[in-house]
Write a protein that binds this ligand. Structure first.
Ligand code: PLP
Length: 407
């Protein structure tokens, strides 16, 4: 099944040979952030060591070179998600920043008192709070698309949830807590039947699934560089031209203007209208290197291998007495949340840590999911294509050890 050389892949990530507490690192916290391949580290070093300069402002050699590299990164993102135009790619700080941009700017333009915005119950806080703020600001109402006990959304609910007041549906493609993969094509098609645009949070999809925003007719798609093996502090907002052209700027400052007088300012064209200030140039360059790296391996091969790991891990975990999965959607990415008996997730996580195994515990910035299941948090193992079955075996024996110490 595996279509790439896992040993070679692991050698590309220097951190994977690190030891923690003298034990080999078993990194299963990829949902929080992914590790960086040498190609990304090299791209960042090369930029800072050989052509560090500000972009779009200088005629000199270094500035031109940095500008070319940043704009090549924009085209790299465009190609990666199959956007129609490079100016539909806005560089941001990350998913959170991208959603805040849309929530502020789209709502300012299109949302009026009495209007409605829909988010799903499985959203990360960053796809809830900006919309709550926008609703408060615009006098609109936030409605919640509930999920069932397995962590699955029912498409038919949208027919009753959406009204002629609905201005936006904001939904995650893949749940960072439950692993649920939502049927984005069907969701977008359904929302569009009602003339409602869709913002897709792809923070946990971009690194696992091939994405074509045009084929799926997605209105807005957001993601973070650091979740797809790139640097922190860089992210992407894709928006269809027809929306971005009409939306007002989010922040004011340098680079986003055509002319500034004290009597008034005119704004420049896309994408720069939404990129006030000096951008994260190194971040964009590093992200480009990360996308190229992922593309070389191939997202189809990555998805197939990660699925194999998921099935292997789920089967082994299910055999642990008292273990309960949180999130049992039939379509899942390789993110597994679970609890064992009445053991506190934090205690289990701490004992795993001492064995060199990094998992995440807590609410994963999804408190509404915890409320739904009536739990304080979960233990979450989130896998990547550089993980191995041997590492899952280590997780299982680590858990067995933790259980025997805590029981
Ligand atoms: N949305 C989802 C589904 C996520 O998993 C995350 C991060 O975990 C975010 C949004 C926020 O991403 P960032 O903190 O990079 O802005």
């Amino acid at each position: 099944m595996q279509q790439f050389n896992i040993e070679k892949v692991r050698q590309d990530f220097p951190i994977l040979t690190e030891k923690v507490y003298g034990k080999p690192l078993v990194y299963l916290d990829n949902g929080a952030t992914t590790q960086k391949p040498q190609a990304v580290i090299d791209a960042l070093t090369q930029y800072y060591a050989t052509y560090n300069s500000n972009v779009h402002r200088g005629v000199h050699f270094l500035s031109q070179k940095a500008t070319d590299a940043e704009e090549a990164a924009r085209r790299g993102v465009q190609a990666f998600i199959h956007a129609a135009h490079e100016y539909e790619i806005i560089f941001t700080k990350g998913t959170t920043d991208s959603i805040n941009l849309v929530a502020y700017s789209f709502a300012k333009k299109y949302v009026r008192p009495g209007d409605e915005i829909i988010v799903s119950e499985m959203e990360h806080h960053s796809n809830i709070v900006p919309w709550q703020m926008a609703c408060e600001d615009r006098g609109a109402t936030l409605k919640v698309w509930r999920m069932n006990e397995k962590g699955v959304l029912d498409l038919a609910d949208l027919d009753t949830l959406i009204t002629d007041k609905t201005k936006m549906l904001a939904v995650t493609w893949v749940s960072n807590t439950l692993g649920t993969v939502n049927p984005i094509a069907d969701i977008v098609a359904k929302a569009h039947q009602h003339d409602v645009p869709v913002l897709v949070d792809a923070a946990q999809a971009i690194q696992h699934l091939p994405i074509d925003v045009q084929a799926l007719d997605i209105d807005f798609l957001v993601f973070s560089g650091h979740k797809i093996y790139g640097p922190t502090g860089i992210g992407v907002l894709y928006g269809k031209e027809k929306w971005l052209q009409e939306m007002p700027p989010y922040q004011g400052g340098g680079s986003m203007i055509k002319s500034v007088q004290f009597s008034g300012t005119t704004y420049t064209d896309l994408p720069f209208r939404f990129e006030a200030g000096t951008p994260n140039i190194a971040g964009a360059i590093g992200l480009h290197a990360a996308l190229n790296y992922v593309q070389d391996i191939g997202l189809t091969a990555i998805a197939a291998y990660e699925h194999e790991l998921l099935v292997y891990a789920q089967t082994q975990l299910a055999a642990i007495p008292g273990l309960r999965f949180i999130g049992e959607a039939p379509e899942k990415s390789a993110t597994i949340s679970f609890l064992i008996g009445d053991l506190h997730p934090f205690d289990v996580g701490e004992l795993l840590d001492k064995q060199g195994i990094a998992v995440r515990t807590g609410h994963h910035c999804c408190q509404p999911i915890m409320d739904k299941f009536g739990i304080p948090g979960t233990i979450r193992a989130s896998l990547s294509f550089y993980n191995t079955k041997g590492e899952i075996d280590a997780l299982i024996s680590g858990l067995q050890k933790a259980v025997s110490m805590l029981s």
